[in-house]
Design a protein around this ligand. Structure first.
Ligand code: KG4
Ligand code: ZN
Length: 346
């Protein structure tokens, strides 16, 4: 059999993504985002997101097929994010995928969103090194995962105990008066600023490391930024938003990179893979690469467009599952808003 042609559907948050891949080759990556509808609320409104997925689904599937130059009948399997994510949003994608699978008579794979953030890198840099250390940083998750084989399982080594890294970017952006989602705006502002403030690095003290060596905490950092800004406002002092953004970003990246390198070293792993929306951050990409290289560790990060949510990542994992002959999901597979990272296929 030639390499499998897989269509992947992603609707876990506010992006309706439909990707088509053949093996490790991406043929289409169509994304429709409802982010503008949420921006005035300062966060994703689940009901609004679900409705937008419903409206965008069919046109986005059509756009992906057109770009890839394939007909739906040519597809060997349908992959869909079954979790984790927003329950109502996931349901739209899962229902669409079931309809396609049933109508076309093709297998369906309900897959884990986080594992897909890892698998997507294969579209750009080829097969994943085994094992590799994945630093997964998105709006809802910050985790360190030991990945032996992304289709069979990943072992979580640590995760955030409060806010996710992306959530911290979004909340700090909000208090600096920047639009939602805040990550890209902080990234842009930080390039015009200097790291002038020494914000706290969560869970890095000797005592914290004993219990939380590979865990993250960003809520203290968020509060520290808020206090710093409030104190300046009280004194009537001007606030250099670019410097605050640069200093905050430096603190987040410093902790992420330090812990990822520590985890890789501890596990004797020579490859770090960074995935999820925050992996699009320009400072994180440079800092991780420089510091890891100095320790003889390689870093792989997909290009920014593949770091944020998209359908190609779902298709990438789906195609890997088909190629390895893994059993598809049942046609009555549920959307599971809290699907654990250890469950790659629903
Ligand atoms: O993976 P993703 O697209 O959705 C989730 O699965 O959550 O991640 C979205 C998160 C948001 O919090 C957004 O602010 C953040 O990724 N993000 C960034 C950048 N681009 C997106 N954070 C920092 N720097 C960026 N350039
Ligand atoms: Zn994501």
């Amino acid at each position: 059999m030639s390499e499998p042609l897989v269509l992947g559907i992603e609707t876990s948050c506010d992006e309706t993504g439909v990707g088509i891949v053949r093996g490790h080759t991406m043929l289409a990556d169509a994304v429709a985002s409802s982010v503008e509808e949420h921006s005035r609320f300062g966060g994703v409104v689940p009901e609004v997101a679900s409705r937008a997925h419903l409206e965008a689904m069919v046109p986005t599937i059509e756009r992906a097929c057109e770009t890839a130059g394939v007909r739906l009948y040519d597809v060997d399997a349908i992959a869909v994010t079954s979790g984790p994510g927003l329950a109502g949003a996931l349901l739209v994608g899962v229902a669409a995928a079931k309809a396609l699978a049933l109508g076309l008579g093709k297998p369906i794979y309900g897959i884990n969103h986080l594992a897909a953030h890892v698998a997507v890198d294969q579209l750009e840099h080829g097969p994943l090194p085994a094992p590799c250390m994945a630093l997964l940083v998105s709006g809802g998750h910050s985790s360190l995962l030991r990945v032996e084989d992304v289709t069979t399982g990943v072992t979580p080594l640590g995760a955030t105990i409060d806010d996710a890294a992306g959530e911290a970017f979004d909340k700090v952006a909000r208090l600096l008066g920047l639009p939602f989602p805040g990550g890209p705006h902080i990234d842009r502002m930080a390039r015009e600023g200097q790291v002038t403030i020494d914000f706290p690095r969560g869970l890095t003290s000797r005592r914290d490391l004993e219990r939380h060596r590979f865990d993250f905490s960003f809520s203290g950092l968020k509060t520290a930024v808020a206090r710093w800004v409030e104190a300046r406002q009280r004194d009537g002092a001007t606030i250099d938003v670019a410097d605050v953004a640069a200093s905050f970003q430096e603190a987040v990246c410093d902790v992420l990179v330090r812990k990822a390198i520590d985890a890789a070293t501890d596990q004797g792993i020579e490859d770090i893979l960074i995935g999820g929306g925050v992996a699009a951050n320009s400072r994180l990409r440079v800092m991780a690469t420089e510091r890891a290289e100095a320790r003889g560790i390689r870093v792989r990060v997909p290009r920014p467009g593949l770091c944020t949510d998209n359908g190609a990542m779902v298709a990438a994992l789906g195609s890997e599952l088909v190629a390895r002959g893994r059993t598809p999901s049942a046609l009555d597979l549920p959307a599971d808003s809290s699907q654990p990272v250890t469950q790659v296929v629903a």
